[in-house]
Design a protein around this ligand. Structure first.
Ligand SMILES: *[C@@H]1O[C@H](CO)[C@@H](O)[C@H](O)[C@H]1NC(C)=O
Ligand SMILES: *[C@@H]1O[C@H](CO)[C@@H](O)[C@H](O)[C@H]1NC(C)=O
Length: 312
């Protein structure tokens, strides 16, 4: 945003004002329905974490059997993240509920304000954001545990694209990033999580988009899942927008689900197009521990671009 300079900032402010008023008075700020579908052959326990200051949906965690789906009303302007937990069980002795991947540490099925312990595939949302648009992405910045697809339904404006990571990255996960369970790879860490290096975490002297570049590890994620965030500054190809949409979030989408979803919404690009560019973990919330000012820089960049477009 610094390239806007003083003049640009004045302009941004004058532009921002009417936009805020417009958004605040938009009658379309209604709740959205999120339909969460389990196409995995095993049980998933979805977890939901709301950002600070946003209204809560009616649940923060529940059980979803194979083939089952659940439609949940989300409050207008909700922001937060949704992920899946696997191989969960309640310990017969202690009564504590824990999961092999995506555990939120709450010791119960409800996550109650606790986020996913990485690695976990995350679907991130900011509903009714700038210009009344919903911003959404699927992020592998905190690693990967499950294939996930996010498909907007009935929305307009924005690109309304289907996004996600359909591939199973666990078998091919680089050895040094693997999380093992029951003798196999059950999740795949980010390089930041595995090694803690500033260059992978986009921290310290690597905390800007120009200094934090994709790595061989982030490229592993990006080549398998071109529409998902692969590292903190990956926004260019990873943030999507739509207005007044409902969302279908599918765990382990079958190839036919992805094709069906793409066919339903002709504006949506397929999941294998757009090769990698570079860019930040736009819509992450802070309670995962891993989140950053980078998120806000990314959002600011998106806003700056849209304001510049509007000003023409
Ligand atoms: C249940 O918890 C106890 C105490 O922490 C532990 O020793 C035991 O291994 C756990 N059982 C299972 C099945 O994980
Ligand atoms: C989707 O649209 C938004 C603006 O509405 C834009 O910022 C974003 O880059 C687009 N996403 C992609 C992947 O093209």
């Amino acid at each position: 945003m610094s390239e806007l300079g003083h003049h640009g900032r004045d302009r941004l402010l004058t532009l921002f004002f009417p936009v805020v008023v417009l958004v605040a008075s938009t009658p379309g700020a209604e709740s959205a329905t999120f339909t969460i579908v389990n196409e995995c052959s095993y049980t998933i326990w979805p977890g939901i974490l709301s950002n600070a200051g946003t209204q809560q949906p009616p649940t923060t965690g529940f059980t979803l059997q194979p083939g089952q789906s659940s439609a949940i009303p989300f409050p207008a302007s909700w922001s937060g993240r949704i992920w899946g937990r696997t191989s969960c069980a309640q310990n017969a002795t202690t009564g504590l509920f824990t999961c092999q991947t995506g555990d939120c540490g709450s010791s119960t099925v409800e996550c109650s304000g606790a986020g996913a312990v990485p690695p976990a595939t995350l679907a991130e949302f900011t509903l009714d954001g700038a210009n009344g648009l919903d911003f959404y992405d699927v992020s592998l910045v905190d690693g990967y545990n499950l294939p996930m697809l996010v498909a907007p339904q009935g929305g307009k404006g924005g690109n309304c694209s289907i996004t996600g990571c359909v591939a199973d990255l666990n078998p091919g996960c680089p050895k040094e990033l693997q999380v093992e369970g029951d003798g196999m790879s059950v999740a795949c860490k980010s390089a930041c999580e595995a090694f803690g290096d500033a260059q992978y975490c986009c921290s310290g002297s690597y905390s800007t988009p120009s200094t934090c570049k994709p790595s061989a590890y982030s490229e592993f994620f990006k080549s398998a899942c071109p529409k998902a965030y692969s590292y903190a500054y990956d926004d260019g190809t990873s943030i999507f927008t739509c207005a007044s949409a409902d969302y279908v979030i599918t765990f382990c989408p079958s190839p036919s689900t992805s094709i069906r979803a793409a066919a339903d919404y002709p504006t949506a690009a397929t999941l294998t197009d757009t090769p990698a560019a570079a860019g930040n973990d736009g819509l992450q919330v802070s309670s995962g521990g891993r989140t950053s000012t980078a998120a806000y820089v990314a959002l600011a960049a998106v806003l700056a671009v849209s304001f510049r477009i509007r000003s023409h």
